[in-house]
Design a protein around this ligand. Structure first.
Ligand code: ATP
Ligand code: MG
Length: 204
């Protein structure tokens, strides 16, 4: 037994843990409502889309049906897309083209985004979908290709039990205002800046 390893110290630890447990149990008991949630995953760090796709796996594991709408088509196909397209219960739609600096045509980008939103809206109106992921939708909002008021109205009108996850950098204020949970990924370090290209299974 070390000098700090005394029965008094053990008792103190037990008391602290009991108080902590009481506080946590009370908080759990208070959170007794069921509700479809709106989550926003934003920030410059890595992990937004992969976190959203982790929730797709969770939802499927519980037997929910899931819709995924990707607003920006990356240059490479992701492992999640290949995997989840094979799963029953998943509707996966790629609605965007490249980035605006690739298409370099504002009117075309806006038209693509609006046609994409019509498909996302259909997901938000489908009561069979327990989870809808709107991946990278912050970009068409930021560039003004989509009307914020229209997006907010469609989100508000969705079935009450449906969860929605929105990903993308620079989430607009108006979206954050109506979100239930917001996580900001911080970019503390990224391998890309050390000259390492996107790795399969990690970045795509
Ligand atoms: P992931 O898909 O890995 O969860 P993300 O959705 O948070 O990443 P995006 O902005 O959508 O990030 O970018 C997707 C791609 O860019 C991924 O390959 C990711 O590894 C990479 N990436 C994300 N953040 C950074 C960063 N800060 N610097 C360089 N590359 C990044
Ligand atoms: Mg992403």
């Amino acid at each position: 037994m070390t000098s700090s390893d005394t029965p008094d110290r053990d008792q103190g630890h037990r008391d602290r843990m009991r108080r902590k447990k009481d506080v946590i149990d009370a908080a759990i008991a208070r959170a007794d409502r069921e509700q479809g949630l709106l989550l926003v995953l934003t920030g410059n760090g890595k992990g937004k889309s992969s976190s959203a796709f982790g929730m797709v796996a969770r939802a499927l594991g519980h037997g929910l049906q899931v819709g995924v709408a990707q607003f920006i088509k990356g240059c490479q196909d992701t492992g999640e897309e290949a995997f989840f397209r094979r799963q029953p219960g998943v509707t996966w739609k790629v609605l965007g083209e490249g980035f605006t600096w690739e298409t370099q045509d504002r009117a075309r980008d806006a038209a693509t985004a609006q046609a994409g939103w019509a498909q996302a809206r259909a997901m938000l109106r489908d009561p069979a979908l327990g989870l809808v992921v709107l991946d990278e939708v912050t970009y068409p909002l930021k560039y003004g290709w989509l009307e914020m008021a229209e997006v907010l109205a469609d989100l508000a009108a969705r079935p009450s039990g449906q969860h929605v996850v929105i990903t993308g950098r620079a989430a607009p204020e108006a979206l954050c205002a109506v979100a239930d949970t917001i996580t900001e990924m911080a970019d503390l370090k990224h391998a890309f800046r050390a000259g390492i290209k996107a790795q399969k299974g990690v970045d795509l």
